[in-house]
Design a protein around this ligand. Structure first.
Ligand SMILES: [Zn+2]
Length: 469
């Protein structure tokens, strides 16, 4: 058996790991590499393998850095099944189409630059039609249901507790060349224990080969209860000032968690039940419908909450409003009373959140609440860094609103939680590969696995590196 790493090594995006087993090729994830526009286009366009030579694609979850290059893979000749959980398939139906829109927007930007340098225009990585075509190859399976995907290869998904539908992949392999049985486990992205809505990451007790993420391999998060208390305090203090809470949030996952947390606060009367809460993002609204469609993926806390709550819907309550049309979204500009507005994009780089920031950033009664990591050079990062002036749509605005950050809502396990999960293995794996982390984080986590859990043979692969088992 051979493993070759084609992305998300010594970085966090572009997850793609290629297995060659008994002459067949299985790709784990087909994510988009996300860097500068030009570099991303080059890396994503040129697949590092022949797409038609891949037999199966196993998809860990719907995030674009794991799924976003699927339409290009299919367009390039991949004919096999794309195997994932049902919620992942449904989330991909909205996210891959949204990604196609972003691709065409990015290409317009690149082509303007190329035209200035007398270069011919280039085509987008894929378009809407390609995204829709690729959905025809998806095959859904449930958690804990063993499934023979190829002769001698049995796949079981376990809940990874990261976003709706996220899976840990376990493959029981009969290697015909070496006559050995190999159990390979790919963590995908691992969530945190006790997060809202989702189950805790499933414990795994055996693996001969482990491929594990390391996003926070060298950092610890704040406790989740603190995050919820802080959310309550920020909302109440802002309301008292007569201001609005403006939250840039990722449309899939983070928005639903926030809405559910706020719903809990409303039910407990910790915040006013008359405070209007808006989710102003068509993508988030679509994603929320998919969350509603998959109650089988909820944890016990939500199940109990549903029994106790008045609404029977974790994502809907009296003052909760979802605004889909542009007209409704624009009406929020004229809102004068306290409110919470949650909108995308999560790093305030594009989307409707820009209008809300523009309209509210100069009023000191308002709070801009940051609930996720903000990449350098994004508007979100400039706000976190409290730069006194920021540019929105080319205009300069004074940052006079309050800025608050809550770090405890991370969808990724921190260092201790990753170690706890890996420590659930009864014996250390024979081979461990650290992926999906910045280099510093992956290297630190490799060391921690060795020191704390006695893992030997821990590698931090480089791009394109391959290993024979
Ligand atoms: Zn993810």
């Amino acid at each position: 058996m051979q493993i070759q790493f084609h992305g998300a090594v010594r970085t966090v995006t572009g997850s793609q790991h290629l297995l060659t087993i008994n002459g067949k090729r299985i790709l784990l994830d087909c994510g988009l590499y996300q860097g500068s526009r030009k570099e991303s286009y080059r890396r994503n366009q040129n697949l590092p393998f022949n797409a038609s030579s891949i037999d199966k694609l196993i998809l860990s979850h719907a995030h674009i850095d794991h799924s976003g290059n699927i339409p290009n893979l299919v367009k390039s000749g991949f004919k096999g099944d794309i195997i994932c959980t049902y919620p992942t398939r449904d989330l991909c139906a909205i996210m891959l189409r949204d990604s196609a829109k972003i691709q065409s927007y990015d290409i317009q930007f690149l082509n303007k630059k190329r035209a200035r340098n007398n270069l011919p225009p280039i085509m987008p990585l894929y378009d809407m039609q390609d995204a829709v075509e690729s959905l025809k190859q998806f095959v859904g399976i449930g958690y804990n249901r063993p499934y023979q995907i190829l002769p001698g290869v049995e796949l079981t998904f376990y809940d990874a507790g990261h976003i709706l539908g996220s899976a840990i992949t376990a493959l029981n392999i009969k290697d015909e060349e070496t006559h050995q049985d190999i159990r390979l486990v790919f963590s995908g992205d691992l969530g945190r224990p006790d997060r809202p809505i989702l189950n805790d990451p499933s414990p795994i007790d055996s693996a001969d080969v482990l491929i594990i993420e390391s996003t926070y391999g060298n950092r610890e998060h704040a406790h989740l209860d603190e995050a919820s208390d802080k959310l309550e305090r920020i909302i109440n203090e802002t309301c008292k000032r007569g201001g609005k809470v403006i939250v840039p949030a990722f449309a899939v996952g983070r928005t639903q968690e926030l809405v559910y947390r706020i719903h809990q606060l409303v039910e407990a009367r910790d915040i006013s039940p008359d405070l209007p809460i808006y989710v102003d993002s068509p993508l988030a609204i679509d994603a929320t419908s998919i969350y509603r469609l998959h109650p089988e993926a909820y944890d016990e806390e939500v199940a109990q909450f549903l029994l106790d709550s008045h609404t029977g819907d974790p994502f809907g309550f009296y003052m909760m409003q979802y605004t889909r049309s542009t007209v409704q979204s624009k009406e929020l500009n004229h809102l004068r009373q306290p409110a919470v507005i949650i909108s995308a994009s999560g790093m305030a780089e594009a989307g409707r959140i820009l209008h809300h920031l523009k309209n509210n950033i100069e009023d000191p009664r308002n709070t801009i609440l940051i609930v996720g990591w903000q990449a350098p050079h994004t508007l979100g990062r400039r706000i976190v860094d409290r730069e006194p002036e920021v540019k929105i749509f080319g205009e300069t605005y004074q940052l006079k609103a309050q800025v608050a950050t809550i770090n405890g809502f991370s969808a990724h396990a921190d260092r201790s939680e990753l170690l706890d999960w890996a420590g659930g293995l009864k014996t250390p794996p024979k081979h461990t590969y650290i992926v999906h982390g910045e280099e510093e984080s992956s290297l630190a986590f490799a060391k921690a696995l060795h020191t704390n859990l006695d893992f030997n043979n821990v590698a931090v692969p480089k791009l394109g590196e391959s290993f024979t088992i």
